[in-house]
Ligand binder design. Sequence first.
Ligand SMILES: NC(=O)C1=CN([C@@H]2O[C@H](COP(=O)(O)OP(=O)(O)OC[C@H]3O[C@@H](n4cnc5c(N)ncnc54)[C@H](O)[C@@H]3O)[C@@H](O)[C@H]2O)C=CC1
Ligand SMILES: O=C(O)C(=O)COP(=O)(O)O
Length: 539
Amino acid sequence: MPSVLVLDPLSDEGLALLEAAEGVTYEVRTGLSGDALKKSLNEFDGAICRSGVKITPESLEGNTRLKAIVRAGVGTDNIDKKAATRAGIVVMNTPAGNTVSTAEQTIALLLAMSRNVAPAYQSLIEGRWDRKKFMGTQVSGKTLGIVGLGRIGMAVATRAKALEMNLIGYDPFMSAEHADKFGIELVENVADMLPRLDYLTVHTPLTDETRGLIGPEQVAALKPGARLVNCARGGIYDEAALVEGLKSGKLGGVALDVFPEEPCTENPLFGMDGVVCTPHLGASTEEAQNQVAVEAVELLTAYLMTGAIRCAVNVAALDPKTLAALKGYIDVAHRLGRLCEGLLPSGIESCRLTYRGELADKETKILASAFAAGLLERAMGEEVNLINAESLLTERGIQLVTESCSTQGAFRASMSVEVAGGGKSHTLIGTLLGQDMPRLVSIDGYRLEAFLDGTMLVFTHKDVPGIIGAIGIALGEGGVNIAQMAVGRDKPGGDAIGVLNVDGDISDSALSAVRAHKAISSATVVQLPAAGTLPHWLG
Ligand SMILES: NC(=O)C1=CN([C@@H]2O[C@H](COP(=O)(O)OP(=O)(O)OC[C@H]3O[C@@H](n4cnc5c(N)ncnc54)[C@H](O)[C@@H]3O)[C@@H](O)[C@H]2O)C=CC1
Ligand SMILES: O=C(O)C(=O)COP(=O)(O)O
């Protein structure tokens, strides 16, 4: 039964859904770090988190159990996605559940900063009725610059429009026409908007590009008295530049919900005039928390129970329908990968996959991943699955190219693989009979029909009388029973290839006896999963 670890506080509705989920158990362990986190992550199949826990490469080191991490929220910068992918762990988020709440928090901070709400209340608490000191600024008619016009940026734009603000936006993935429909003037870069703004708000993820997006140079380029809001991620504004900007009077105010290091209770900005801060409360509403928690539980349980991937940030999406439709071919691809590795044990440098017939127009990325998993799994002392197989292949410098060809060939659907390495190469074609019978239908240009399962003996030979009998005797003397045999040849008496499926293992001495036959030029034993056995990640 899959088990789920809840790493950060999750709403009661989310926990109730986990409680009610059939076939899933869960445990809440919050506040984990270091070894305790590492140990816990290896005790569960799935994990749900918010921004609190930091899932570092060290915390995933040697993990053999965890299959998925779901972020109940948007930003996944607290999860090392590279390390997760490498460990075969899918990372998903719940992108839309907290959009409105975060946009509302942005507007709340923008207004609170403009009307000195926090310091005015503080002065009341301290016994002063000071109406002069807290003269504010009206936002209506002012210009707001928005960097990042995604879900939250656009939700802020519609709210700011209702406050009668003028909007300028920057987002490299937004067209001017689309922005215009929302009353946003799109500019080509951040620098262009700075001298025109009364307010600036950022709604991008924290990336190498957005880290320090607003530093001393950008503060200098702002209109005097400009006010800045950050409800995205700490580090997008350079805090030292904000401190200097406030001290010099260049900045009229700063409102922050997020900080480079969190929790953050000491900061030079805290207590400065014109500053209002909240402890990462953007998504902290009942509505947002219920929505993201429920969504996170749904995403995680669906993945653990059916393999469906939605809202993944480190791999392509995979819906249950596609998965069901391709399951048999995923199995074929995985078995072909295993066979290729067995036929070229000294190493593979490049692979080309060609999907034919009905496979040509399918979502075939998963087949490439399954093939890569088959190719690598025996050689790797670690988990290889659909999530990490291709990146492990790339890490090893193995090239993988894919192509589709809609012409059908001899089969309704088939997949051919060409692999090369160490000066040798092989070309195999696999197909599926019925729903669940993987078959090898061509090897190095020879047509045949062999089972793609169990212990296989692949041998090349001259098409001369007595070969089959000789092999039967060699294996029989070694106590090996032949279950199935297929032979392909170029012409009678020419070169030929044979594939045997046998029960049990083939001993070294039996294999040597086969190889000793003068008409047999090569014989290789390859171990594939038994018939009907799916890889555990496809189960
Ligand atoms: N304070 C809080 O509690 C919360 C904070 N967040 C933060 O807000 C961010 C935005 O969230 P969403 O709007 O849902 O994400 P989103 O993915 O819908 O939007 C992000 C936008 O940023 C744009 N972008 C990326 N790099 C850019 C760059 N260099 N310059 C300009 N634009 C760039 C993208 O094109 C995209 O349109 C999240 O990444 C997260 O860090 C999200 C939810 C709650
Ligand atoms: O969704 C996000 O990106 C957020 O920043 C919200 O963070 P939280 O879930 O409140 O810790």
